[in-house]
Design a protein around this ligand. Sequence first.
Ligand SMILES: Nc1nc2c(ncn2[C@@H]2O[C@H](COP(=O)(O)OP(=O)(O)O[C@H]3O[C@H](CO)[C@@H](O)[C@H](O)[C@@H]3O)[C@@H](O)[C@H]2O)c(=O)[nH]1
Length: 246
Amino acid sequence: MTPSLSIVIPTFNESGNIAPLLAEIDDTIDARTAVEIIFVDDSTDDTPEVISRQSAGRRGSVSLIHRAAATGGLAGAVADGLRVARGSWVVVMDGDLQHPPSVIPTLIAEGERTGAHLVVASRYIPGGDHGGLAGRHRVLASRLSTLAAKVLFRRLYRVSDPMSGYFAVRRTALRTDRLRPVGYKVLLEVIVRCQIRRISEVPYGFRERATGDSKSSVREGVRFLRHLARLRISTGSATLARPGEA
Ligand SMILES: Nc1nc2c(ncn2[C@@H]2O[C@H](COP(=O)(O)OP(=O)(O)O[C@H]3O[C@H](CO)[C@@H](O)[C@H](O)[C@@H]3O)[C@@H](O)[C@H]2O)c(=O)[nH]1
């Protein structure tokens, strides 16, 4: 069965979130849709066992990539999932329930309506909400990272949330051989390295984390800025389409 939709979910010690996440995905996706879920896991706890147990006997396919070496961190995990995804649309979302699965149909519908190659779930357009970002320092860090990305990458300024970890991309627009992901922000890597020009956005509410902790940190922030500089040097000032020009 060739899926029409792939869902790539990076996980690091998310054992408490797997069952409710799969239940919300089941409630959201039409049973007639051929879906594959790809967990890319670097956990040190029993998350892989929980994924295997919760996936037994489910409709659609669920695959688990438990990586021996967590190269590239979160972004590296997502890139590994993108490389094996077979769906016409590939959705990337977190495994901690902060990205509501109910937005998936809206992402795909927006892409089909506009012909966009990438649809970003944005916290920063009308109807969006960054509520789940714990603490003012996290909101400030997210805003500063977004500003840095927009300054370095010309015309990215109309992508309101280039730091989003929640998006849908057409598999035909992906050039996974070009990806050199490091750290936390895989969307920027996808937009710049794959030179994606037809981008649209939908609003969403970034939810409070249900269980477990964010792995984001100041160290990740420094890693992001270093990666941003490397990306800028290696690709130049990418000229990207503005959302809505799809
Ligand atoms: N495989 C793998 N998964 C990871 C790793 N680090 C984190 N994850 C997984 O990636 C997801 C997000 O990790 P968090 O640590 O909870 O990130 P966050 O601070 O909530 O930020 C997320 O949301 C932001 C807004 O969309 C994003 O900007 C950010 O990139 C990330 O997706 C979770 O499912 C977590 O288990 C890793 O090294 N390896």
